[in-house]
Design a protein around this ligand. Structure first.
Ligand code: PLP
Length: 411
């Protein structure tokens, strides 16, 4: 009575993410990078790293790009360079990957969560304003912003451009200016995403919207390495210089350490791979946007009960993920799996309810929008080579499963 087994009669599996096909097309170029690295034995630092940094800075329109070994390190180094110290608090959302929280904790601060907007899944600027107005106070002698309860210094905001859609940054930046906060974008899912700034009256890429931005080049990201990699972009020369030191043991030159830093450099072979793949990023992002629009149209025809992603007029999202909302999400996910269709959930447990953050003292009910979304969201297959035929099969399967669920309930 559920999905008929003959349904996909011999239908091939549709992966959630296809990382194999795109590398076939680039195989020759990628091999050349390896050959070059082996011939010169420049594995750490060197011209391949610098070339990629210059190319990625230019792509984003930022003055500086500092390659590091992951998106998590990128965020951590940016926060430390921005002045976050032990005992501080940094504002972010509970609806994100744990790396956002880890970067904050590992910079010595505690994450201070703000709920998200139900349509965009990104930080709710009204709730951010409420937190700043009601739960924080400016010390009248020092001018320092502190939380009323714990008296922690509030230093920065980390807006997360989740699923590849930029946060409403004009409002964030206005609040940040009013309260003297640094803004570090978590752009780990948003390579190439654009935001229309009313203040600047132009479209601006993620990575140039705050004081600095963290990018991840984990293989599955829109721009992915063939291993671990990340970068910080910024147009602030002081931040750039500090981040450059932090990634390399705090060195100003070899064996002269101005500060204690980290081993957080970008691998040269990965930088070489990334330079090849960066040349195709814009085209891949366009393909993702087309696939997202096709999904939207197919769902509009097929079923009214599935909530498709919302893209405001000021946003050009790059659809790192295509996330829908539906009832009985777990059943739908299971049945799609049985029909050979891969899906994901980003993310099933909000950060404030993770065991790792139990010490923060948050409870279920604290962030109702995030909590409700966590039970209803489903990430559908999304990658540049996803075909219209595959999408039709996915949408038809979902429409059928969700109508089965309705029949089951009324039976
Ligand atoms: C992937 C990701 C990170 C972390 O990047 P890594 O390169 O895996 O360390 C941080 N934040 C978000 C939102 C991410 O999706």
């Amino acid at each position: 009575m559920k999905t008929k087994s003959g349904n996909g009669s011999g239908a091939v599996h549709i992966p959630f993410l296809d990382l194999v096909t795109p590398h076939h097309a680039l195989e020759h170029e990628l091999h050349e990078v390896l050959t070059k690295a082996l011939a010169t034995a420049s594995f750490v630092g060197g011209s391949m790293v610098e070339d990629f940094e210059n190319a990625f800075a230019a792509y984003c329109g930022a003055r500086f790009c500092i390659g590091v070994n992951s998106g998590t390190d990128a965020a951590r180094f940016a926060l430390i360079a921005a002045g976050v110290r032990t005992g501080d608090a940094v504002i972010t959302v509970p609806n994100t990957f744990i790396a956002t929280g880890e970067a904050i904790s590992q910079a010595g601060a505690l994450p201070l969560f703000v709920d998200v907007d139900p349509q965009s899944y990104n930080i709710d600027c009204r709730k951010l304003q409420e937190l700043l107005e009601n739960d924080c106070e400016i010390d009248e002698y020092t001018g320092i912003l502190r939380t009323k309860e714990s008296k922690r210094r509030v230093v920065a905001i980390v807006p997360v451009h989740l699923y590849g859609q930029s946060v409403e940054m004009d409002t964030i930046l206005q609040l940040a200016e009013r309260y003297g906060l640094k803004v570090i974008e978590d752009a780990c899912q948003a390579h190439g995403a654009r935001y229309f700034s009313r203040r600047r009256n132009r479209w601006m890429p993620a990575g140039t919207l705050g004081h600095a931005a963290a990018f991840s080049f984990y293989p599955g990201k829109n721009l992915g390495a063939c291993g671990e990699a990340g970068a910080v972009t910024t147009s602030d020369p002081e931040l750039a210089a500090t981040i450059r030191m932090l990634r390399d043991h705090g060195q100003t030159r070899k064996y002269y350490h101005a500060i204690e830093g980290y081993n957080g450099r970008l691998d040269a072979i990965q930088a070489g791979f990334l330079s090849c793949k960066l040349r195709h990023l814009e085209e891949c992002n366009m393909a993702r946007r087309s696939a997202a629009h096709r999904y939207n149209e197919m769902f509009a025809d097929g079923a009214g009960r599935i909530i498709t992603p919302f893209e405001p007029s000021w946003s050009k999202a790059v659809y790192h993920l295509y996330v829908v909302q539906l009832e009985d999400r777990n059943t739908v996910q299971q049945e799609l799996g049985a029909a050979g269709i891969g899906t994901g959930i980003h993310y099933p447990v909000p950060l404030h309810l993770q065991k790792a953050y139990a010490h923060l003292g948050y409870r279920r009910g604290d962030f109702p929008v995030t909590e409700r979304a966590a039970e209803r969201i489903l990430s559908l297959p999304m990658f540049p080579t996803l075909t219209q035929a595959q999408q039709r099969r996915i949408v038809e399967a979902i429409v059928q499963i969700t109508s089965d669920v309705v029949i089951d309930k009324t039976a």
